[in-house]
Design a protein around this ligand. Sequence first.
Ligand SMILES: [Zn+2]
Length: 265
Amino acid sequence: MAKGKRTSALRKTSAKAGTRPGAALAALIDDLVIGNRILYDQNIVDGYGHISARDPRDQAHFLMSRARAPGLVTGADIMVFGLDGEPIKDDGRPVYSERFIHSEIYKARSDVHSVVHSHSPTVIPFSVTQVPLKPIRAPFFYPEVPVFEIRDAGGWTNLLVSDSALGAALAQTLGQNSVALLRGHGNVVVGPTVRVTVYRAIYTEANARLLLEAKMLGGPITYLAPEEAALMEANLAKPRPGHGHDRTWEMWKAEALARAGKGRR
Ligand SMILES: [Zn+2]
């Protein structure tokens, strides 16, 4: 029966899949909502910026909130989009103008299952100077962190990646890397899961801050070697409860929910 087949397909696409059909989807939507809240609580996004996840039911679809501040997103806000960047079911709700960042990256990269676009502040100076954003604590910066120059793709624009052509040009600049900077605007981070991508977005900002501070001390900087980065990535990729991404996700989630509950945000 089709129901059984669908369940096994969901199991394959998510480590969190349960025994019920739809359990993987429910878990993914939960992570997406928490991911929004964490990115806001960690000052990676403010009223702008967004996170999406590829739909486990259909690789040509992705899930993302309606146009709303990430700190306020709930499960009811999550909509399904196609790789043309348009909602599968247009119910009249407003959608993010930069949704084409997500659609074009999913189109270009079958390995990507989550995308974060933010304007996290310490990263932006590296997009407007000749100082490359190199890895100190972010092993996923290898092979490189390219800079997308929107003038090359669209001439004079308002800097927003607001159509498929601009999104495709950004996806081309990103290439096989995990992070790309958008000149004078922000950055895009991709990963295999929502949790890994949230971790990468937070550590992209943290690495930018560390690099800025290291440069203030002066003298040559010893960056993370590609060999060290590969070993760090392999270590983080091991599914070990209480270690790696699992530990940071649990902490960030608790902090975001506690602070939201106190009405700080
Ligand atoms: Zn933006």
